[in-house]
Write a protein that binds this ligand. Structure first.
Ligand code: ADP
Length: 515
């Protein structure tokens, strides 16, 4: 039949086009469905959902039947809807090119999640608006992380801004990168004005070498404490005590140093007043004790002449106690001299072996419990303060006797190395635990345990000894095993030590381990 013959080619001509369109729609749906992390919507010009992606269904929890044909305002909160936000968003897409859009979307179950995306207008023939494509993805996780980050930053900011400590972030040349607000409260400097300024320019010139040395150490990864004077905006100085720590990048290179410090001006002044008081009190005590000693010795001689041995014995005991008192006063005076940088040394050339022998013999006379064994000699003269070096040896030996009440000997060894004289005083007494050994040369430090508390003392002898040895250019150190005994040693350079000079009151002596 001609009709049917005619229709077949016509249908065949139409079908490929329809088929291609249908195929294009299927491909388009497949394409938008494959964008799993995104919700893609096709909206009409008023916001009605014409079609949407699988990602959108998954994120929002509706079926297509529940959504297709509904206005996309269903995904907004009632408050946003009342405020006309959905319409505003579409309007924005028409007026602002590339406008990014962030808002909360409501799921079917009433819960919300944050989305970020874009709304693109669709123009027919470039003129007539025929709808929008809305693309959004879930940023709830980023939002939460951002929020947590913001909160944690806020907490740190509050801590940094309200702490009374001074916080400085410096580059590795010492230039300010950040100064905390406490710079203004405490030191009178506007934090912003400090940025870029070199922190060393504000340090007291006398403290600068130590501060620079410690800063270099910090840059090399050794966090450390320093006490220094910092110039207030008005010109006077405050004493700060602080710690510096370097921050390293991924290549392990230091690029910042964080320093925190607190004001110890009042405490330092109080300590200076206390030292001054100890100095005056010890000085005032010295005169009456010296006359008491003179009268005691005079009476002792008188009683001996009268053959009153009992009275002479009591007076000898009194004289021994007065010696202890004199030693305590001298220690206190020495400490105040050290703190004020006034411990002067009188350098001379002297025979070291004679000094050691005199002291060993003298101390042997004071004890019947212990035998003092003396080994070795130097065989050379030394240049230094004979009395002060003798004072160190006496201190180490009297400690050795005092802290080994159950032992029957102490050993004093003298030896010479290529460039130093070394003395070791060994006892077999109570010993010192490793942790306490670190502090043993600190001022007023006494080991505080049930055993050591039974021994009298002020905790000054080793501090003074360490200061004297350090001032002579030598080292002092201890090796000890708790319960077994200790060996205190010091070394002195054979080369002439630098002449007496005032010592910085800021630096405490460090026990330096040797050999
Ligand atoms: P002190 O007057 O208290 O003896 P020192 O400065 O001489 O002061 O010693 C400090 C502390 O070190 C002592 O209190 C003691 O605890 C400990 N010490 C010193 N020498 C010895 C030693 N030979 N054996 C054990 N402990 C010692």
């Amino acid at each position: 039949m001609p009709r049917s013959r005619n229709t077949a080619p016509r249908r065949a001509r139409r079908h490929p086009v329809r088929h291609a369109r249908r195929q294009a729609l299927v491909d388009y749906q497949l394409m938008i469905d494959s964008i799993q992390d995104y919700a893609v919507f096709l909206l009409d010009p008023r916001g009605k959902v014409l079609t949407w992606s699988q990602g959108a269904r998954r994120l929002l929890g509706y079926t297509s039947a529940e959504i297709i044909g509904k206005n996309f305002s269903i995904f907004f909160s009632p408050a946003d809807r009342r405020a006309g936000k959905p319409r505003q968003k579409l309007q924005q897409a028409l007026t602002e090119k590339n406008s990014e859009d962030e808002h909360a979307m409501r799921r079917k179950n009433g819960s919300y999640f944050w989305t970020r995306g874009r709304n693109f207008p669709l123009w027919q023939s470039g003129k007539k608006l025929c709808g929008f494509v809305k693309i959004a993805h879930d940023i709830t996780h980023h939002k939460q992380t951002d929020e947590q980050l913001k909160q944690s930053e806020e907490r740190y900011r509050l801590v940094v801004e309200n702490t009374s400590d001074v916080i400085q972030v410096l580059d590795i040349q010492g230039n300010y990168v950040y100064a905390s607000p406490s710079h203004h409260r405490l030191l009178g400097h506007q934090p912003q004005a400090l940025v870029g300024k070199n922190a060393f320019t504000l340090i007291h010139p006398d403290d600068l070498p130590t501060v620079q040395k410690k800063f270099t150490k910090a840059v090399h990864g050794k966090a450390n404490n320093t006490t220094y004077r910092f110039r207030h905006k008005k010109g006077h100085y405050l004493t700060l005590e602080g710690t510096s720590t370097a921050i390293f990048n991924d290549e392990h290179q230091p690029y910042l140093v964080v320093s925190t410090a607190h004001d110890i001006t009042a405490r330092t002044e109080l300590e200076q007043q206390k030292d001054a008081f100890i100095g005056i009190a010890s000085h005032e005590l010295k005169t009456p004790v010296t006359s008491l000693k003179a009268y005691t010795q005079m009476l002792q001689r008188r009683f001996l002449r009268r053959q009153d041995h009992e009275a002479a014995l009591y007076l000898a005991k009194m004289d021994a106690q007065l010696n202890k008192l004199t030693n305590l006063i001298s220690d206190l005076l020495d400490v105040t001299k050290i703190e004020a940088g006034r411990l002067l040394l009188h350098q001379e050339l002297f025979d070291f072996d004679t000094l050691v022998k005199e002291i060993v013999d003298g101390i042997q006379l004071t004890t019947q419990h212990h035998r003092i064994i003396h080994h070795g000699s130097l065989g050379k003269k030394l240049y230094g303060d004979r009395d002060r070096i003798g004072q160190v040896l006496i201190n180490l030996m009297t400690n050795a006797l005092k802290y080994s009440p159950e032992a029957d000997k102490i050993i004093v060894r003298v030896l010479g190395t290529k460039d130093a004289a070394v003395v070791m005083v060994q006892d077999f007494g109570i010993g010192i635990s490793p942790k306490k050994q670190e502090k043993i040369f600190d001022r007023f430090f006494r080991v505080n345990d049930s055993r050591s508390n039974t021994f009298p003392g002020l905790g000054l002898g080793l501090f003074i000894s360490a200061e004297i040895i350090k001032r002579q250019g030598g080292n002092i150190w201890v090796k000890s095993i708790a319960g077994k005994g200790s060996t205190f040693s010091f070394s002195l350079p054979l080369m002439p030590a630098p002449l007496a000079r005032a010592v910085s009151p800021v630096s405490a002596p460090q026990p330096v381990r040797h050999g």
